[in-house]
Design a protein around this ligand. Structure first.
Ligand SMILES: O=P(O)(O)O[C@H]1O[C@H](CO)[C@@H](O)[C@H]1O
Ligand SMILES: O=c1cc[nH]c(=O)[nH]1
Length: 291
């Protein structure tokens, strides 16, 4: 089969041989990767490392590679949103699977383990503040995966159909997509002490998550319908802003991804915890031990 070649405009490589946005070089990427939204959370994760190899900043992307109990791990920030996940996962995949000297796809291809540690809003009575939720499935309200070929082959189409019907979904919002996390990685990371749930990844923190400040919502009943939805024993547990694209692109590229988040806003009880930065360290330690 003919090898795939990637032109300068499609895979942008900086003068120092690092990838365009992340500024990371291929040899600086570990096979186990932790992704966090907040650039400040990278140093918190890396504070557990026994040694550090590199510490790189560009825009919202802060990357540290190091060792934790004999495991080589890269931790990096994605910033907020699935648009950033498109950049991060494509650039991580390029670092792993494209030869930066020849610009040809490598063979054999490498499969990375990608674990997102985030914060989220809880939607059920059994997901109060402080709960750790591992996303068994993600529902993308962001639309990103719809731009890629193979989307229908990796998505749970029956779940999508049931959800669209239940929500009386307006086509103006773009098609939602439903995607599983990697089963083995989910079981290893979630263990038997995290809640396993269905996570909605939104293209915004306010309207798309049903928050109303001064502008009313197109569908004022959106969150009630989401909270009541049930499909084959699955309930929707939480809102965040990245897992659908992370899980979807990983499935299309052959990487193994899972998202786990700590609930910081209880949408049912109308409560939020802004002092979560210390308590998320428990989730970080658990993931470092299990990755
Ligand atoms: O805490 P992080 O990882 O950023 O995750 C959540 O927090 C941000 C919104 O406040 C979004 O990125 C959402 O997904
Ligand atoms: O409610 C929340 C809390 C954190 N992150 C989100 O995206 N939503």
């Amino acid at each position: 089969m003919e090898k795939k070649y990637f032109a300068e405009s499609e895979l942008i490589i900086n003068k120092d041989s690092s990838v365009f946005h992340l500024h990371v070089k291929p040899e600086q990427l570990a096979d186990k990767v932790i992704l966090v939204g907040d650039p400040g959370r990278v140093s918190l994760v890396a504070s557990h490392f026994d040694e550090k190899e590199c510490d790189i900043h560009n825009r919202e992307f802060h990357t540290i590679t190091g060792r934790y109990k004999n495991k080589r791990i890269t931790v990096l920030s994605t910033g907020i949103g699935c648009d950033n996940i498109d950049i991060v996962v494509n650039e991580l995949d390029a670092l792993a699977n494209i030869d930066f000297k020849t610009r040809y796809e490598k063979s054999p291809l490498k499969s990375l383990t990608l674990v997102r540690i985030g914060t989220c809003g809880g939607l059920q009575e059994y997901t109060p503040e402080g709960t750790y939720i591992a996303s068994e499935k993600s529902i993308g309200f962001d639309g990103l995966l719809n731009y890629y070929a193979g989307r229908n082959e990796v998505c749970d189409l029956a779940f999508e159909e049931a959800f669209v019907k239940h929500m009386n979904w307006s086509a103006q919002k773009g098609a939602p997509y439903v995607i599983d996390s990697d089963e083995e990685t989910l079981n290893r990371i979630a263990g038997n002490d995290m809640v396993r749930g269905v996570t909605i990844s939104c293209g915004g923190f306010f309207g798309p998550q049903g928050r109303v400040l001064r502008v009313p919502l197109a569908d004022p009943h959106q969150n009630e319908k989401i909270e009541n939805f049930e499909y084959n024993g699955h309930r929707i547990t939480n809102f965040e802003m990245e897992s659908s694209a992370l899980h979807g692109l990983s499935k299309l590229m052959g990487h193994k991804a899972v998202t786990c988040c700590m609930v910081i806003a209880n949408r049912r009880a109308l409560k939020a915890n802004v002092e979560y930065k210390n308590s998320i360290d428990g989730l970080i330690e658990t993931v470092l031990d299990r990755i």
